[in-house]
Ligand binder design. Structure first.
Ligand SMILES: Cc1cc2nc3c(=O)[nH]c(=O)nc-3n(C[C@H](O)[C@H](O)[C@H](O)COP(=O)(O)O)c2cc1C
Length: 213
């Protein structure tokens, strides 16, 4: 293995002062300190119509979805922080995953999500921290063959952990927990790459499809 794991940080909220964007940035700092290269996305820059297979067939593949696929294809891991909307992941995040998961003339299914490692976070002003969305997000990611870290973080009472709209977290303990998650993601990607690089396949040693380069 050479160089740095590449991690795509995706917030499930479009809101400018989103708590999830802010907690994601903190976890991303932890991953960066552990040696990762982070690409931070804002889904507001990738507007997508609700996926409709008829539109896809008649009008071709969305250019924004293709831009997302290119990014996914060149990253080893995902760091996602999502709000809970009525106990699940917001439509924008699910729709983005749905679009990005569709094969087309440029990418096969296995090029997009398969074999990546993800860490997931939720944040909410409420007492559950949006944790119910995490179970749903985990299921969706598992369905597209992403390995999701067993450890996850739900940031409860998010409003109290920040000073207004300031991106700095007041709660140092939670800040450390989020940074640790970012660190664990990097370690897991490194371990996975090392293991897969040494696994014999058909009598020969093989490389991980998303090998860190
Ligand atoms: C449609 C909708 C549904 C919501 N459902 C939940 C919920 O199930 N649980 C929860 O803790 N908060 C819920 N909330 C409140 C969000 O947690 C809150 O708006 C939060 O700030 C959103 O995350 P963000 O700050 O990253 O945008 C909901 C908000 C909206 C707009």
């Amino acid at each position: 293995m050479t160089s740095k794991p590449k991690i795509l940080a995706i917030p499930g909220s479009l809101r400018h002062h989103s708590f999830n964007k802010r907690v994601l940035a903190i976890a991303a700092q932890g991953a960066e300190k552990a040696g990762a290269k982070i690409t931070s996305l804002d889904l507001i820059d990738y507007p997508l119509a609700i996926y409709n297979a008829d539109d896809h067939e008649q009008n071709g593949f969305s250019q924004n979805a293709l831009r997302l696929q290119r990014l996914l294809n060149t990253h080893d891991g995902l760091l996602i922080a999502t709000p809970s909307y009525n106990g699940s992941l917001p439509a924008v995040l699910k729709n983005t995953i749905d679009w990005a998961s569709r094969p087309n003339q440029y990418y096969q299914k296995s090029d997009i999500f398969m074999g990546k490692t993800a860490a997931i976070i939720s944040a909410s002003p409420g007492s559950l921290g949006g944790v119910r969305a995490l179970g749903h997000l985990r299921d969706v990611l598992t369905s597209v063959k992403v390995h999701v870290l067993p450890t996850e973080v739900a940031v409860t009472f998010a409003e109290e952990r920040f000073d207004g709209d300031n991106p700095d977290m007041i709660d140092q303990e939670m800040r450390q927990t989020l940074e640790n998650l970012g660190h664990s993601l990097v370690e897991m990607i490194r371990q996975t790459c090392l293991r897969l690089d040494t696994l014999p396949k058909n009598g020969r040693h093989t490389s991980h499809p998303h090998r860190i380069m």
